[in-house]
Design a protein around this ligand. Structure first.
Ligand code: AMP
Ligand code: ZN
Length: 431
């Protein structure tokens, strides 16, 4: 019933004492090998030896995405480059990606955590797992691949896209588990309907969906349309991708792999730790990373922690659904981006003015992004329609290439976008 009962069902005292030992090692290791942490500690006159218990963690400084950006590309790397065996990345706050590095041991630990998670949701040797996360710099597909592979299931690495072919493969190879974003699960269901394929024509029984929120309503729809149990998977590039936490079939929270990641909940405004059960920002400290240890990394994801033992028998602490973010990051079809990134791309065109609004809408179940943006009044006054169409085309292509998905760009008349007197409202979320 468990992949590793010795870890998944420890008593709270046992897991805390295990984590304290790992925390002491991590803090010493980060101090010794990452200049950023050494500087942070030295500036506070702190000695890594002062950190002895889990409670001491609240005296440690936080790490943010901005810190990672300021130390791009290798500043957070704690090992010589020769020991790095893998690099992944996701979008950062500017044009530069946020990278994560793995040593051999990090890859082994990633495999262990994903095997545990895949087993927890119910994947077994006889399953046929179709990995329809994108095999790119993103971590998702590779993590799920490792987990299903080490259980001994059959792995079909289709990547995402080519949906008809994807459905054909599901039919022909008897796929039982689909791994993809919730929005792609809906795309698959819609294409199945267009193709006249019924859920009963497939062998699917389980979906693992991550990289973006899946509401209970959306879960219900995916389950009904694909005839599966749909479970949520959580992670982020900075922590090494999926493997941080996953929902068990009880569907009452995501179990965190606490021997690899220590979670805290803080008030995002005061940065003070909150007691278990209260809602705030999830913060993680890695406990066994070699290439890129992170201390108190601010995820910006808002949720709460639950400590009671779950109906599945696991004692690993759980976090609830992610109910929002404490920054302006947007997640569209599993790809995250910041309004500032789009701004950078658009302002690369000399005709464009820095006045824009991003509209988020639902088209069916899918997110649709359109952007209204103004041009210089001179350009607007003198450009014929085809010049504007050409500019739209160029911006759309650049956005697709740089950010990773299509947004519809609309050039609007100068001075029609409301000017703000405070914080500009750049995003209108009509979803
Ligand atoms: P990335 O680094 O591109 O994988 O993005 C990580 C972010 O995606 C997280 O910080 C969350 O905001 C979001 N995310 C990942 N999994 C989930 C999930 N299951 N529910 C809600 N948001 C998620
Ligand atoms: Zn459980």
């Amino acid at each position: 019933m468990f992949w590793d009962e010795k870890i998944e069902c420890l008593s709270r005292d046992e897991i805390v004492s295990k984590k304290e030992k790992l925390l002491r090692e991590t803090v010493r290791y980060a101090y010794k090998n990452v200049a950023f942490y050494r500087d942070q500690f030295d500036a506070r006159d702190m000695d890594p030896g002062q950190i002895r218990s889990i409670d001491d963690i609240s005296s440690l400084p936080f790490t943010t995405k901005l810190d990672l950006r300021d130390n791009y590309p290798y500043g957070f790397c704690a090992v010589p480059l020769s020991r790095i065996v893998r690099v992944h990345a996701s979008s950062g706050t500017t044009g530069k990606p946020t990278p994560v590095f793995f040593t051999k041991s990090d890859m082994e630990n990633w495999t262990i955590s994903m095997a545990r998670n895949c087993y927890m949701v119910g994947i077994r040797e006889k399953d046929v797992c179709q990995i329809a996360f994108r095999y790119t710099l993103f971590t998702g597909a590779f993590g799920h691949h490792l987990g299903a592979d080490s259980i001994g299931a059959t792995v079909i690495p289709t990547s995402s896209g080519q949906t008809e072919r994807q459905i054909m493969m599901m039919q022909d190879f008897g796929t039982t588990v689909i791994h993809c974003t919730p929005s792609y699960a809906i795309t698959i269901a819609e294409r199945m309907r267009e193709m006249g394929i019924h859920k009963g024509d497939l062998s699917l029984r389980l979906g693992i969906h991550g990289a973006e929120p899946m509401s209970e309503e959306l879960r219900g729809e995916i389950e009904e349309r694909l005839g599966i149990t749909a479970l949520r998977d959580y992670g982020m590039t900075e922590l090494g991708g999926p493997g941080t936490s996953i929902e068990c079939p009880e569907k009452n929270g995501y179990h965190i792999n606490e021997d690899f990641f220590h979670p805290e909940i803080i008030d995002p405004d005061t940065c003070k730790p909150l007691p278990n059960g209260q809602t705030g920002e999830l913060v993680f400290t890695t406990l066994q990373k070699e290439a890129m240890p992170l201390i108190r990394y601010r995820s910006r994801d808002i949720t709460h922690l639950e400590t009671e033992t779950c109906g599945c028998g696991r004692t690993l602490i759980r976090h609830g659904p992610i109910i929002g973010r404490s920054d302006d990051m947007l997640i569209i079809g599993g790809v995250n981006f910041f309004p500032s990134q789009l701004e950078c791309v658009m302002l690369g065109f000399e005709e464009i003015e820095p006045h824009y609004v991003i509209y988020l809408k639902k088209k069916g179940r899918l997110d649709h992004v359109s952007v209204a943006v103004e041009t210089h009044p001179d350009f607007w006054a003198n450009a014929p329609g085809e010049k504007i169409a050409e500019l739209v085309q160029k911006i759309e292509t650049k956005v697709k290439n740089d950010i990773g998905f299509r947004m519809q760009i609309k050039i609007v008349e100068p001075l029609t976008i409301p000017r703000s007197e405070g914080k500009a409202q750049r995003v209108v979320d009509e979803r």
